[in-house]
Design a protein around this ligand. Structure first.
Ligand code: NAD
Length: 511
C-alpha cells in the first residue's frame, strides 16, 4: 500500500483543485460542508489544493466514530496495542521520505529539515512502544490490618489534538502515540495550512493495523476547534499554536469540563557571555535563528550579547548568513520560504518597524538572492542590531528568519531582560564558565534551557513545554507528563474478608 497524500472530488470553492478530505471510520471522508481553504506550495507561491473545513455534522460524525471505537480499543490487551504502535514505527521508518516531501510541498521547509521533524516525532512513537512500563500502577501492602491499596491508570476516552502549521508531523506525534498506546481514541485537527501530513499518518495507522475510529482526522478552522472544545464526548484537548489561541482554547476547553494542555508562542533568547566560544555561538545563532525560516517555537529570535562581544559576534553571524542558500526546499537549499504570502508580508513588516524604531539592519533579507520561483513567499535571513526593548521587533513573536541583537552590560542585566518577558518557552546560555551556567539554570524563568545548546528540545523521555504565556495548563507534552495527561488514576482499597474485622465503627478507619 502506498501512503500518498490524498485528494477527492473538488468543491465549488476549490475549482479544479483536489480537496484534502477528513479521515473518519478508517477511510477518507470527502467534505460535505462545501467550505474549503486553499493550501499553497510556498516555494511556488500558488495554491495546489484545497482542504475541507468541517461543519457541525462532520464534527459530530468524527467524535461519534472515535467514541464508538473507544471501548474495544481500551479493552484490547496492552501488548496488542503496543504491537500496533511497533508496526506504525516500522512503517514510519521505512516510508518517512514520502512524508518529508509532503511536508516540504505544503510548509516549505527544506526536505532534510522535514525529515528531522519526523525523526523527533518518531522518538515519541518509540517511547510509546514501551508504554506498558509507564502504565504500571502502585501497590502498598497491609496499609491497615488486612488492607491493601493500589492504583491503576486508565485511558480517558476521546481526546482532541489541535496542531499548528509549523510542525505538521512532529507536533501531532508529541501526543497521539502516547494517547493511543494508553488506550484513548484520537481526533486530530491539523493546521489548515498543511493538512496532508495528517491524512498520510492516518493511512499509515490503518496499514499498521489500528482499528477504524481509533485515529480520526478532522480538517477545519475555528468551527472545528470550537466543535471539539465544546463537545460533551471529548474528554481532553492537547493544543499547540499561538499564545492568544492557546489561551482561548485553555479557557474554553476547561469551561466545558475538559482536561486541557495548551502550548503557546515564544520569544527565545540566547545569552552570550564574554568568555563564550564566538564561532560556536555564531554557528548556533544561524542554525537556531534561520533553520525552518525561523518558523519554530524553539527558534532563537534574540541574541543578548554581554559586552564587549557584540561587534565581533555580529560580524561572525553576518559573514555566515551571507553563505546560506535560500530557495526551494527540494533543491538542497539551507532555508526555504515562509508558509503563506500573508505571513511573509507580516514578517517583512517588522523590518520597517525596526528602521522606524532606530535599530540597525545589518543583514536585510529583502535583498537575498533566491534559488526558486519568483512567486514564492521569500524572505532571506535578517539580522538587526541595537533593537530597543520597547520595539515590537523585541516584544512580539515574529516567527520568521529575523534575528534581533540586544546589547547588555552584564550577566545580571541579561537575565533580568529574559525574565521580564511575557514568554518562557526556551532559552540558552553560551559560556565556558560552569558556575555561570549553573546559576543561569537556577535563576531563569523559562521552561526549557540550553547550556551551549541553542534549541534545547528535550528528548521524548522528558517532557516538552514552557512557562508563563508559552503554556496554559500544568501539563507538558510527552515523557512522564504526557502519560499523566492521557490517563486517569484510580486508587483501590481492598480487603478480603476476615470475620474478626466485622462490627460497626462510624469513625475513620484506623490501623
Ligand atoms: P495558530 O494559533 O494560528 O493555529 C494553531 C491551531 O489553532 C490551528 O489548528 C488553527 O486552525 C487553530 N486556530 C487558529 N485560529 C483559531 C481561532 N481563532 N479559534 C480557534 N482555533 C484557531 O498557530 P500557527 O500559526 O499555526 O502556528 C504558529 C504558532 O504556534 C507560533 O506562535 C508558535 O510559537 C506556536 N508553536 C508553539 C509551540 C510550543 O511548543 N509552544 C510549538 C509549535 C508552534
Amino acid at each position: 500500500m502506498t501512503t500518498t497524500a490524498s485528494s477527492t472530488t473538488p468543491t465549488s470553492d476549490a475549482g479544479s483543485l483536489p480537496v484534502v478530505p477528513h479521515w473518519i471510520d478508517g477511510t477518507e471522508a470527502p467534505s460535505t460542508s462545501c467550505r474549503t481553504a486553499p493550501v499553497y506550495d510556498p516555494a511556488l507561491g500558488v495554491a495546489t489544493k484545497h482542504v475541507a473545513l468541517a461543519n457541525q455534522a462532520e464534527i459530530d460524525r468524527a467524535v461519534a466514530s472515535a467514541a464508538a471505537a473507544f471501548p474495544a480499543w481500551r479493552d484490547l490487551p496492552l501488548a496488542k496495542r503496543q504491537q500496533i504502535v511497533f508496526k506504525f514505527r516500522e512503517l514510519l521508518e521505512a516510508k518517512k521520505g514520502e512524508l518529508a516531501e509532503i511536508i516540504t510541498a505544503e510548509h516549505g521547509k527544506v526536505v532534510s529539515d522535514a525529515l528531522g521533524e519526523i525523526t523527533r516525532g518518531q522518538e515519541v512513537v518509540e517511547f510509546a512502544t514501551g508504554l506498558a512500563h509507564h502504565l504500571k500502577g502502585e501497590f502498598s501492602e497491609q496499609v491497615s490490618t488486612g488492607v491493601d491499596v493500589y492504583s491503576t491508570k486508565q485511558p480517558l476516552g476521546v481526546v482532541g489534538i489541535i496542531s499548528p502549521f509549523n510542525f505538521p508531523a512532529m507536533v501531532p506525534m508529541w501526543f497521539f502515540p502516547i494517547a493511543i498506546a494508553a488506550g484513548n481514541t484520537v481526533v486530530l485537527k491539523p493546521s489548515e495550512k498543511d493538512p496532508s501530513a495528517a491524512i498520510w499518518l492516518a493511512k499509515l495507522w490503518k496499514e499498521a493495523g489500528l482499528p477504524d475510529g481509533v485515529f480520526t482526522v478532522l480538517n477545519g478552522d475555528k468551527e472545528a476547534v470550537d466543535g471539539l472544545l465544546t463537545h460533551p464526548d471529548v474528554r481532553a484537548i492537547s493544543f499547540v499554536g499561538s499564545t492568544p489561541i492557546a489561551k482561548y482554547v485553555y479557557e474554553t476547553g476547561t469551561a466545558h469540563g475538559k482536561r486541557v494542555q495548551a502550548l503557546g508562542g515564544a520569544k527565545n533568547h540566547m545569552l552570550v557571555l564574554p568568555d563564550a566560544d564566538l564561532d560556536l555561538v555564531a554557528d548556533s545563532a544561524i542554525n537556531a535563528g534561520f533553520g525552518s525560516a525561523g518558523e519554530r517555537c524553539m527558534a532563537i529570535s534574540v541574541v543578548v550579547a554581554v559586552e564587549p562581544v557584540a561587534d565581533e559576534l555580529i560580524a561572525k553571524i553576518a559573514e555566515r548568513a551571507a553563505t546560506l542558500r535560500i530557495g526551494d526546499g527540494r533543491r538542497n537549499c539551507d532555508m526555504g520560504p515562509l508558509v503563506t504570502k500573508v505571513h511573509r508580508d507580516k514578517v517583512a513588516s517588522y523590518l520597517d518597524i525596526a528602521e522606524a524604531d532606530g535599530a540597525t539592519i545589518v543583514v536585510d533579507g529583502r535583498n537575498t538572492p533566491i534559488d526558486g520561483d519568483p512567486n514564492g513567499f521569500w524572505l532571506g535571513p535578517t539580522l538587526i542590531d541595537n533593537v530597543p526593548t520597547t520595539s515590537k521587533v523585541y516584544t512580539e513573536e515574529i516567527f520568521g528568519p529575523v534575528l534581533a541583537v540586544v546589547r547588555v552590560a552584564s550577566y545580571e542585566e541579561g537575565v533580568a531582560l529574559i525574565n521580564g518577558g511575557a514568554f518562557g518557552n526556551g532559552t540558552a546560555i553560551f559560556t565556558n564558565d560552569g558556575g555561570a551556567a549553573r546559576r543561569f539554570q537556577n535563576e531563569i524563568q523559562v521552561g526549557m534551557i540550553g547550556i551551549n545548546v541553542p534549541i534545547p528540545v528535550p528528548v521524548a523521555t522528558f517532557s516538552f513545554g514552557g512557562w508563563k504565556d508559552s503554556l496554559f495548563g500544568d501539563t507538558k507534552a510527552h515523557g512522564a507528563e504526557g502519560v499523566r495527561f492521557f490517563t486517569q488514576q484510580k486508587a483501590i482499597t481492598s480487603r478480603w474478608l476476615d470475620p474478626s474485622h466485622g462490627g460497626i465503627n462510624l469513625g475513620f478507619p484506623q490501623n
